[in-house]
Design a binder for this molecule. Structure first.
Ligand SMILES: [Cu+2]
Length: 507
């Protein structure tokens, strides 16, 4: 059987309709070498679609800061703007146009920067031809009906206003991306994601460090410059591209003076790439997590950012020469052949000059208090599993929570606003699954693996946490507002194939 035909058939079936189980149609059994656990020795992770080496992208250009979304309100306390999702072309490789999706013409989308206490009114215009979309405000404490749920689609050609207030204490590194039913994965890898930074009115981090968002995305180009559709390997493992980009650029360059400290917000906006990161010749200090500052800075040598996670760092450049942000190997579980080699990628090169910077103030010893959420009144258990079944017509894959695939018409959990809950996320699958809960920030209190229980190294506000295969993560959470909230794996292909549920929060 022709390999490409097999893949296209599988993809078409997987993307049509709302069924959570992907029926992978196969003509005969010659597609067996692509099945999980049946290693054909085929090296390319695209299983035939990418026999050629990935195109070379230019490296070493000056790092582009994300463009700012202009506030059209004209008065303080209100952030008002328009965000248009539409098709465009990008030029990643000289002489080749790549059709992509953009917000306001750029990918990643414009950086939205607003302040705690602001009211936000953003008119979203969906100009994606023939596709519904939504804007989900990832990690932000917005009302359920303003959060871009798949139940609230914006039709192609339609506009809608998203409006919400940013409460005090909500400063943090959030982001926005589409969340339409059955289309999230594709709209995100085609280019729709942007950073949303909520700034504190009183920020303890010295302004001299600057404040730069670094958004990681994962690009795959076919020989003709287009973005290939998801293959079956992508559906199983999540789509991993050929180039990790920073603000849309491959290994860009940032120039700093000797002794400079920089505040960097790192965003993993890839569909499925696990980024275990280290900085050579520079010292990293974690100052914040998904939902804002920690209580105190923590020096680190490396950090794992699973899909959708963010971290806020202060990086000190005290050695002249090149300081590189690179990836280390991380085995997150991979089905079938063609596990991509994740180690040794240089994502960003910082040129540290010989000339010293003006003296930089030290990182403050205390950043802000984080009150523990306290004793839960309710506890819940969510078990993540993967199912694979071969039958004469194809393979059925399921990514399930408590044995069920997502159903938009079903409420999985009923919770009460203002009540603290313990959620135990149990990963009984063969891959890591980054767990994300909408509408609030949670606190991870415990990890358990092979009977060994450990505490996280510091208290932090999180909306996404990796649950490694065989691991159980316990977290405490509280939803303050009523309405339906999603929880799901943030490998977007897994979410789309069923690993998602609805918690209905009642007043
Ligand atoms: Cu997953």
């Amino acid at each position: 059987m022709h390999r490409r035909g097999f893949l296209v058939a599988g993809l078409a079936t997987a993307l049509s309709g709302s069924r959570a189980l992907a029926q992978m149609k196969m003509d005969g059994m010659s597609g067996m070498d692509s099945m999980p656990g049946m290693d054909s020795g085929h090296a390319g992770h695209d299983m035939g679609a990418m026999a050629q080496a990935p195109a070379a992208l230019p490296e070493g250009e000056a790092l582009r800061e994300l463009p700012l979304l202009a506030n059209e309100a004209g008065r303080s306390g209100l952030f008002r703007a328009r965000l248009t999702a539409e098709a465009a072309t990008a030029r990643f490789v000289e002489g080749q146009d790549t059709p992509i999706l953009t917000y306001n013409g750029t990918s990643p989308g414009p950086l939205i920067a607003a302040y705690e206490g602001d009211r936000v009114e953003i008119t979203f215009a969906n100009r994606i031809e023939g596709e519904q979309s939504t804007v989900h405000w990832h990690g932000m404490p917005v009302p359920a009906d303003q959060d871009g749920n798949p139940m609230d689609p914006v039709a192609a050609g339609a506009d809608r206003v998203y409006a919400f207030e940013l409460p005090g204490g909500s400063a943090g590194s959030y982001w926005y991306h589409p969340h339409p039913h059955g289309r999230t994965s594709e709209q995100v890898y085609r280019g729709l994601a942007g950073a949303f930074v909520v700034k504190a009115k009183a920020d303890p981090i010295p302004a001299a460090y600057g404040d730069t968002a670094l958004m990681f995305t994962d690009l795959r180009l076919a020989a003709d410059g287009s973005m290939p559709d998801n293959t079956m390997t992508d559906l199983m493992n999540g789509r991993v591209g050929d180039h990790v980009l920073v603000n849309g650029q491959k290994n860009p360059k940032l120039a700093v003076a000797l002794g400079a400290k920089r505040r960097l917000r790192l965003y993993n906006a890839t569909n499925a790439r696990f980024l275990r990161l280290a900085f050579a010749n520079a010292a990293m200090t974690v100052i914040g997590s998904d939902g804002g500052l920690l209580e105190a800075p923590v020096a680190i040598d490396e950090i794992l950012l699973s899909p959708a996670e963010r971290v806020e760092l202060v990086v000190a450049f005290d050695k002249p020469g090149a300081a590189t942000l690179t990836t280390l190997d991380y085995d997150r579980g991979w089905m079938g052949p063609g596990r991509p080699s994740d180690a040794g990628l240089t994502l960003l090169t910082v040129d540290v000059a010989n000339t010293p910077a003006e003296a930089m103030p030290p990182v403050p010893e205390r950043l802000r208090p984080i009150a523990p959420l306290g004793q839960p009144a309710v506890s819940r258990r969510l078990v993540f599993t993967e199912t694979m079944a071969m039958n004469p017509t194809g393979m059925e894959m399921g990514f399930l929570i408590n044995g069920k695939a997502f159903d938009m018409a079903r409420v999985d959990i009923v919770a009460r606003a203002g009540e603290t809950e313990l959620w135990e996320i149990v990963n009984q699958a063969d891959m890591d699954h980054p767990f994300h809960l909408h509408g609030t920030q949670f606190q991870v209190i415990e990890h358990e693996r092979d009977g060994k229980v450990s505490k996280p190294p510091y208290l932090a506000w999180k909306d996404t946490v990796n649950v490694a295969r065989g691991e159980t993560v316990r977290l405490v959470t509280r939803q303050e507002r009523p309405g339906a909230r999603m929880y799901h794996c943030h490998i977007l292909e897994h979410e789309q194939l069923g690993m998602m549920g609805i918690v209905d929060v009642q007043a």
